[in-house]
Design a protein around this ligand. Structure first.
Ligand code: RFL
Ligand code: PHB
Length: 391
């Protein structure tokens, strides 16, 4: 097989790229190791910055998002001094986020891609890459029980944190920045009326978060051990911890059947540069952030905005100037996302290693935010998404 851009991975990064290239008349093929059903049902992120929502609109893939997405104006932080209300449109001004499950974004992008004739091959697992420093790089993959090759002009590595593209870059050329936080998140999807506001909480027993997926589906998280064994978490224990850590008043947090449970690590990781020869990495394949800032999917979409423009310019006028700037342009935004996500993580979690001094400072920071418009503005402007810098 031969194409202009071989895209490894049909997560948000790979799918956004495929649709942007297809719209510009550039051929691409998407290889995805999992089945369509699997990727469409993988529960993950839920908060879209307005830049990500606009990208869905621009691609003509936002009909369902417009109907079912939940515009969110308020974000609450609960702590033992009360509740901090962050009014996003008032502070930013005028901007909001939209709560819409990542798996819904993925479903909408797959449907749009297939209806426009974009080849998306499911259960097609890339095994290794070849010729990255030539102008005909090759993706080797397995599909239908056969070993196959995809010859490309460029390869986009959109295959997530555990993919094969980042490791294809010689190790000595990559600088890796890595911070593993000493805890994880136990996330559940529950069939019950969600909390009315997105509510993050700092409690002495640990962090928790109340989000939602629809008016009848709640998405909730509690801080847990990094290697937590789900077997130790009965439904009763999960609800009890949530009630306590969210400081829920009687009847405030409605309980219901738990449909899914999973543990997510809290880790910040950046590899630089984001390209090598004709391989360009995007999204989780090259950077991850702890989920507390709700930035991962949005950073993936921001990378693709820059990459698609650079590839389109290359194919239209033969200039690689934007491709050369790709990594530097993206990393500026990525590091701001890492900074914000690390800040929110440190502000809201319980750290076993904290001394009484550090606990007092964390508490004082929350009291300060509660009393300062400037501090709440900082949180709000990062949450809705920082402006895009011209590249
Ligand atoms: P993905 O979504 O991991 O997609 C990569 C795809 O590549 C496939 N793949 C391969 N395909 C072919 N050959 C191979 N060898 C392959 N190896 C892998 C995989 O099957 C997969 O389909 O990466 P992408 O596209 O970069 O998207 C990134 C986002 O998924 C991620 O950053 C977010 O989910 C992070 N995140 C959040 N981000 C937000 O912006 N807002 C949020 O509210 C938010 N909450 C979260 C989150 C992530 C979470 N988890 C579970 C990690 C909440 C959670 C709990
Ligand atoms: C979610 O709805 O899954 C969600 C919301 C906010 C976060 C992380 C995840 O910071």
């Amino acid at each position: 097989m031969r194409t202009q851009v071989g895209i490894v991975g049909a997560g948000p990064a790979g799918l956004f790229l495929a649709l942007l290239l297809q719209r510009a008349g550039i051929d691409c093929v998407v290889l995805e190791s999992r089945s369509r059903d699997y990727v469409e049902n993988r529960v993950r992120a839920g908060v879209l910055e307005d830049g990500t929502t606009k990208l869905m609109e621009e691609l003509g893939a936002a009909d369902r998002l417009r109907r079912e997405g939940m515009p969110d104006k308020l974000l609450d932080i609960r702590f033992n001094g009360g509740i901090i209300h962050i009014d996003m449109p008032k502070l930013t001004p005028g901007r909001i986020v939209t709560v819409y499950g990542q798996q819904e974004v993925v479903k909408d992008l797959i449907a749009a891609g297939l209806s426009r004739g974009v080849p998306i091959l499911f259960e097609a697992e890339a095994s290794h890459l070849e010729g990255l420093t030539t102008d005909r790089p090759i993706v080797h993959f397995n599909h239908d029980g056969q070993a196959k090759t995809l010859e490309c002009d460029f390869i986009a590595g959109c295959d997530g944190f555990h993919g094969i593209c980042r490791p294809a870059i010689p190790e000595h050329l990559l600088t890796v920045y890595d911070r593993i936080f000493p805890f994880g998140w136990l996330g559940i999807l529950a069939e019950t009326k969600p909390f009315p506001e997105m509510s993050y909480s700092n409690h002495e027993r640990g962090f928790s978060l109340a989000s939602r997926r629809s008016p009848k589906l709640a998405r909730l998280y509690v801080q847990c051990a990094i290697d937590e064994d789900l077997a130790g978490w009965s439904d009763r224990r999960i609800w009890d911890e949530l009630q306590t850590r969210l400081y829920a008043k009687s009847g405030e947090l409605a309980e219901g059947p738990i449909l899914q449970k999973g543990v997510t690590p809290c880790r910040a990781y950046v590899a630089a540069p984001m390209n090598y020869g004709r391989l360009y990495l995007a999204g989780d394949a090259v950077h991850i952030v702890p989920p507390t800032g709700a930035k991962g999917l949005n950073l993936a979409a921001a990378d693709i905005r820059v990459l698609s423009r650079a590839l389109i310019e290359f194919f239209r006028i033969g200039s690689s100037a934007r491709l050369d700037r790709y990594s530097g342009t993206c990393l500026k935004r990525v590091w701001k996302g890492v900074r914000y996500s690390s800040y929110m993580t440190s502000l809201l979690h319980r750290f076993e290693a904290h001394t009484p001094f550090e606990r007092q400072v964390q508490q004082a920071e929350l009291e300060y935010i509660a009393g300062s418009v400037a501090a709440r503005t900082t949180i709000a402007e990062n949450y809705v998404g920082l402006p895009f810098e011209e590249d």
